[in-house]
Design a binder for this molecule. Structure first.
Ligand SMILES: [Zn+2]
Length: 292
């Protein structure tokens, strides 16, 4: 038997009919903190595990913050994480490992660590750019990542006023990075917010940041709690909880298991009409739905 034919038959023998395609559409997530991706982890799971998408993640901060709630992780890692000096030295490496362990659950392919300082819970986004991060460098780095990655879709947090300034900052820098690229090579970009089953308050944009404008539109939504499996006893909260459980140094994040049932996505006004249609169609192809 010719070697090529033997090889083909052998490979065929190891190919499960349930195997998802390996060269599907590609998505870049831009988030501030390791654990932010939990807010749309069920969508990532569906995209990768059920539809063969390739998902990368660009993390803006080094993840050294939030150490005060790391108490229960201290014996696991063998260091006093609630000590500020120890946290500053240890947490960036620990949090990267936690992020990648959670990413292995939902199938994240690649990571870009931008390692900006992760200090304090603040709401004022201006101070993030002027005092905390090198905003210009982050924007240029994200532009380069987007251009080289040839992504179909970028996902950010929706920069609502009440969210952490780092979340708003990461979304704004992703939008600026996209805006700096020629329109012909820009992927679609959407902002996400976790919520319940009820209709959500509309967000039209963050004052002073015109790139964050979101036109009035029905979001695309994933209901994590749609019944799955035998007798409908499973749902996508399970895979989100698997991811959250990997973030053991993020103490309060553990209390968000089963919190929030609907992952919603809105397309920013910076998208062209064709980009909005392509981005929405992509999310719908993963099994999400348009919310009435
Ligand atoms: Zn966060």
């Amino acid at each position: 038997m010719p070697v090529a034919l033997l090889l083909a038959l052998t490979l065929q023998g190891f190919t499960s009919p349930a195997t998802v395609p390996t060269h599907g559409p590609s998505i870049l997530i831009v988030t501030a903190h390791p654990d932010d991706e939990a807010m749309f982890a069920a969508t990532v799971w569906k995209a990768v595990r059920e539809h063969g998408a390739q998902v990368d993640l660009a993390l803006v901060t080094d993840g050294a913050g939030g150490y005060r709630f790391s108490t229960l992780a201290e014996p696991i890692y063998g260091v006093n994480l609630t000590d500020p000096a120890v946290a500053r030295a240890s947490l960036p490496a620990i949090r990267k490992k936690e992020l990648m362990a959670g990413g292995a659950v939902v199938g994240i392919r690649n990571y870009f660590f931008l390692d900006q300082p992760d200090e304090g819970k603040i709401l004022d986004v201006d101070s993030v750019f002027t005092e905390l991060w090198d905003g210009g460098w982050v924007q240029r780095r994200l532009s380069s990542i987007i251009e080289k990655g040839k992504y179909d879709l970028i996902l950010t947090f929706l920069p609502v006023p009440s969210t952490h300034a780092h979340h708003k900052g990461a979304a704004i820098l992703a939008l600026r990075a996209l805006d700096s690229l020629p329109a012909s090579i820009r992927p679609a970009i959407a902002g996400s917010m976790i919520g319940g089953g009820e209709a959500v308050e509309s967000f039209s944009g963050l004052d002073g940041y015109p790139l964050t404008v979101v036109p009035a539109q029905a979001p695309v939504v994933l209901d994590r709690e749609q019944p799955l499996g035998l007798d409908g006893r499973l749902n996508y909260q399970i895979v989100v909880n698997w991811l959250i459980a990997e973030h053991k140094s993020q103490g309060t994040m553990q209390t968000y298991m089963n919190a929030g049932s609907h992952e919603r996505f809105w397309f920013y006004a910076i998208n062209s009409g064709a980009s909005v249609n392509a981005g929405r169609d992509l999310l719908l192809s993963f099994g999400l739905a348009t919310e009435d």
